[in-house]
Design a protein around this ligand. Structure first.
Ligand SMILES: *Cc1c(COP(=O)(O)O)cnc(C)c1O
Length: 367
C-alpha cells in the first residue's frame, strides 16, 4: 500500500491477503492455539493472522507498527510496564479513570511514582525527572486538549518517553507519532471496532526497540486478543471513516443546539469556536470527534434523571459505537472527583441528528 493514499482508503484496503487466484479478499480469524513447526509463528500466544491484519492497518494509519492486546487496559498496562522500577510518570489530572487507577495502584506498591498535571495548561506540566509522559487528548471525559507537539518536545528534553492515548481522536483525526509522540495507545473497543461488540486494545510505535519491548510484554504477560475479536475490530475499522464523518457532524450539530438549551450550563466540545481547546484541536487534529460533555449547572440529580429519561440514547458507559450512548461519569466511584458531579458524557452515534436531538431535548425537559 503506498503512503499517499488517504486514510479513508487505507482503512478499507490495508491488511488484506495477497491478490492471487482463489485468495479470499479479506483475512479470516484463525482458530488455532499452535502452528506446525518450521515457520515463524510457533504458538498461538505469539501471533495470529487476524492480529497481523489489524496491526498492519493500524500501523499504516498511525505511521508505525502496532501490537494488539486483549483490551485497551492491557495495552496501557504493557506500556506502563516500560517505566523503570521507581521511575516517574507524569499523567493528566483528568484522563480515562482506569488508566489513572492503574497508575495509582502501581504507585501504592512503590513500583513507580505518579505526578498529576493539568495537561491543557502546558506551562504548568512539570517534567522534572520524568521517565514517561502520559498524554490523553482530548481527555475523557473533561474534553481538554493537550498541546502534543510542545509537550512531546519538552518531555524528550527531560528524557521521558511520550505516550498518547488516542482513543477519542482515532487515527483518522490525529496521528500522535507525527506530532512527536513515541507511543500511541488505543482502546480499540471504542471507535476502531465501532459496534460495541468487542473489547480490544492496541499500541503503535515507530521505534523498533519500543515495539519489541511491547510485543515481549504481550507474550510474557499474556494479554492477547482473541482471533475473532481482532477480526471483528478490523471489520469495524473498515467503515471508520464513514462512521466518524456522520458521528462527528451529528456531534457538532448537537453541541450547537445543546448550548442554546436553558437546562445546559456548559457544553464541552473542541469543535465549538469558544471552547478552550478549539485552536489547539484545529492545529493538531483533522476533526473534532464525536464525543462531547454537558453540565447542568451543578445539579447531579437532574443529570442522572436526564440519563435515565432517554428512549433512543442508551444509558450506558463506553463510547465510539454506532449507537449513541450517554452517562453521568461521576456515577462511577472511581471517576476523578474534580470531574463535575453533573457532567454527562455523550458518545454521539450515526443515527439521524433530528432523532438524537428530539430525544435529548425531551430528556432535558423532563429533568
Ligand atoms: C475505554 C478507554 C480505555 C480502556 O480501554 P478498554 O478497551 O475498555 O480496556 C482507555 N482509554 C480511554 C480514553 C478509553 O476511553
Amino acid at each position: 500500500m503506498t503512503a499517499e493514499l488517504d486514510p479513508s482508503t487505507v482503512v478499507v484496503h490495508a491488511g488484506r491477503p495477497e491478490r492471487v487466484p482463489n485468495a479470499p479478499v479479506g483475512p479470516s480469524p484463525v482458530f488455532s492455539s499452535t502452528y506446525v513447526a518450521g515457520g515463524d509463528r510457533g504458538y498461538g500466544r505469539f501471533g495470529n493472522e487476524a492480529w497481523s491484519a489489524l496491526e498492519d492497518t493500524l500501523g499504516q494509519l498511525e505511521g508505525g507498527r502496532a501490537v494488539s492486546f486483549a483490551s485497551g487496559m492491557a495495552a496501557a498496562a504493557a506500556v506502563i510496564d516500560l517505566v523503570p522500577i521507581g521511575g516517574r510518570v507524569v499523567a493528566p489530572q483528568h484522563a480515562y479513570s482506569g488508566v489513572l487507577a492503574l497508575l495509582d495502584q502501581q504507585a501504592a506498591t512503590g513500583r513507580l511514582s505518579v505526578v498529576r498535571a493539568d495537561i491543557a495548561d502546558t506551562e504548568s506540566v512539570d517534567l522534572t525527572d520524568a521517565n514517561m509522559l502520559w498524554i490523553e487528548s482530548p481527555t475523557n471525559p473533561a474534553m481538554e486538549v493537550a498541546d502534543i507537539p510542545v509537550l512531546a518536545a519538552a518531555a524528550h528534553d527531560a528524557g521521558a518517553t511520550v505516550v498518547v492515548d488516542n482513543t477519542f481522536a482515532t487515527p483518522l483525526l490525529q496521528q500522535p507519532l507525527r506530532l512527536g509522540a513515541d507511543v500511541v495507545m488505543h482502546s480499540a473497543t471504542k471507535f476502531i471496532a465501532g459496534h460495541s461488540d468487542v473489547i480490544l486494545g492496541a499500541v503503535v510505535t515507530a521505534d523498533d526497540d519500543l515495539w519489541s519491548a511491547i510485543e515481549l510484554r504481550r507474550r510474557s504477560l499474556g494479554a492477547i486478543p482473541g482471533s475473532m475479536d481482532a477480526w471483528l475490530a478490523l471489520r469495524g475499522l473498515r467503515t471508520l471513516a464513514l462512521r466518524l464523518d456522520r458521528a462527528q457532524s451529528n456531534a457538532a450539530y448537537l453541541a450547537d443546539r445543546l448550548r442554546e438549551h436553558p437546562r445546559v450550563s456548559r457544553v464541552r466540545y473542541p469543535g465549538l469556536p469558544d471552547d478552550p481547546g478549539h485552536a489547539r484541536a484545529e492545529a493538531q487534529m483533522s476533526g473534532f470527534g464525536a464525543i462531547l460533555a454537558i453540565e447542568l449547572g451543578g445539579d447531579a440529580a437532574a443529570a442522572q434523571k436526564v440519563c435515565e429519561s432517554t428512549n433512543l440514547w442508551v444509558h450506558a458507559t463506553s463510547l465510539g459505537g454506532v449507537e449513541s450512548l450517554l452517562e453521568r461519569r461521576r456515577r462511577w466511584p472511581m471517576e476523578v472527583p474534580t470531574i463535575p458531579e453533573d457532567l454527562i458524557r455523550l458518545s454521539v452515534g450515526i443515527e439521524h441528528p433530528e432523532d438524537l436531538w428530539n430525544d435529548l431535548e425531551q430528556a432535558l425537559n423532563a429533568s
